[in-house]
Design a protein around this ligand. Structure first.
Ligand code: ADP
Ligand code: AMP
Length: 215
């Protein structure tokens, strides 16, 4: 299965991606995680991406298209993949279409996780991350030990772009640049809406119901 998780920042894409990836043995490809890893390793890509990300802007399309093309060519994607955070613009979606067509693949489903702005702000401002990619929430999804990752014992931190100014900007950027993808995939008849206002396990049940049709 080739799946895209679409939705505004804070909708719960990473949280659900972890569950889907474990349950269906699909590689979880998060462009945000890949960029953050590049920043921590001080790579040339990380250095270029950093200022865009801390302001809550999108990193230029050509960089994202290059990294996603490379990632999708790896052998672990041959039996399916789960994209989280890509595509975020129409040119990125067009490029994805081309990459998949060239390699004889196609998208099966785009899961659009729908959550209202007020809830997104609460989720983003209380989010705490681990370097291993697991995300928590101080109230809605706390770790067992405060400040420590349940999965790897890493120290949790607050993302630079989860501060108030960057959150506001990310929601504006989402509406302008990413939201048009809803119509884009609706026209291709592969978009499925997921009610993201429910609790984490209820959303996962809804996702499984949708994915059962694609097994
Ligand atoms: P995204 O990857 O879409 O930006 P995350 O998966 O990181 O979003 O979730 C954003 C924040 O909201 C995290 O702190 C996460 O623990 C929390 N969260 C995720 N899903 C839910 C939910 N259904 N209800 C409440 N909080 C949630
Ligand atoms: P995320 O972890 O998905 O919330 O992404 C964090 C940040 O990484 C975004 O706000 C962007 O600055 C950058 N980013 C991640 N994915 C993309 C993408 N597909 N296109 C452009 N920028 C991206």
């Amino acid at each position: 299965m080739n799946i895209i998780l679409l939705g505004p920042p804070g909708a719960g894409k990473g949280t659900q991606a972890k569950k889907i990836s474990e349950n269906y043995s699909l590689p979880h490809i998060s462009t945000g995680d890949m960029l953050r890893e590049n920043i921590s390793n001080n790579t040339p890509l990380g250095l270029r991406a950093k200022s865009y990300m801390s302001r809550g802007e999108l990193v230029p399309d050509e960089l994202l298209i290059t990294i996603i093309k490379d990632r999708l060519s790896r052998s672990d994607c041959s039996r399916g993949f789960l994209l989280d955070g890509y595509p975020r613009t129409i040119p990125q979606a067009d490029a994805l279409q081309m990459i998949l067509t060239e390699s004889g693949r196609k998208l099966d489903v785009v899961l659009n996780i729908d959550v209202d702005d007020e809830e997104l702000i609460k989720r983003l401002s209380g989010r705490r991350m681990c370097a291993c990619g697991t995300s928590y929430h101080v109230i809605f999804n706390p770790p067992e030990k405060e400040g420590i990752c349940d999965t790897c014992n890493g120290k949790l931190y607050q993302r630079e772009d989860d501060k108030a100014d960057a959150i506001r900007n990310r929601l504006v950027v989402y509406k302008k640049q990413t939201q048009p993808l809803i119509t884009y995939y609706m026209k291709k008849n592969i978009l499925r809406r997921i009610d993201g206002s429910k609790d984490i396990s209820a959303i996962f049940e809804d996702i499984k119901t949708v994915l059962e049709n694609y097994d």
